[in-house]
Design a protein. Structure first.
Lengths: 138, 138
């Protein structure tokens, strides 16, 4: 389960804003207004592959991904949800949960590697973080 | 659970070769020698989002993804596993399990949308399907 020596990867820290801490994962909002995009990071150090988690932690992870998917859908309806665990650049285990709309900035391609992020306005960011936090706690 | 009216999407049928049928999912090998790449398709019709599966089916799906990840690793060691559930083009629910090597044809970007597939030689394909089938059954 959670690991007290855990520290968030510097690149994830830079690209995201913290939304909520669930039992296993921190839920982060990607600071990119082009896509409603959450990133779940299990608070475990030195872990890179989901298949190497203990079965109970895997089950918890996927339950939290579903919770994040439903929270995202309640606030930003999507045409298709995209889930991804890549980690080719940032090796710290993290799972992307991205709401996609037909015709969005990367459609129908993947969001990863699709140009520069467009940061949220500060007011948008405050409001969205609060609403996501509430949806995840609800 | 499995659905007798299920038929595999025509594009997935065209791009892959069947490897094994697990309890919930058919496991397909992407016919692209650039990457060791499995696709898991739950045999359920009309399903597009993992978060809409019943909790028991979600749990089964992720157990089968882990089984596929381990089978892939046993035959084709990777530097990083990439998991993805996108479905922007093919809406039938399917999960990609892709072994990535540093410097491979799409590294460090995602495999989705990264140029044309390079089909396996027939002999390679027969051997790989058999070995994957055995690893998934073992």
């Amino acid at each position: 389960m959670s690991d007290t020596s855990f520290t968030l990867d510097a690149r994830l820290q830079n690209d995201t804003k913290h939304v909520a801490s669930l039992s296993l994962c921190d839920v982060l909002l990607m600071n990119d207004a082009r896509f409603p995009w959450l990133v779940l990071v299990p608070r475990m150090s030195g872990m890179t592959e989901i298949c190497d988690l203990l079965p109970g932690d895997q089950a918890m992870l996927w339950r939290e991904v579903t919770l994040a998917s439903e929270a995202l859908r309640s606030l930003a309806p999507f045409d298709k949800l995209n889930l991804g665990a890549l980690g080719n650049i940032v090796r710290q285990l993290h799972i992307h949960v991205v709401g996609r709309r037909e015709g969005d900035a990367a459609w129908p391609g993947p969001v990863w590697g699709s140009g520069a992020a467009m940061p949220y306005e500060e007011e948008q960011l405050v409001s969205l973080r609060q609403r996501l936090h509430d949806a995840l706690s609800g």
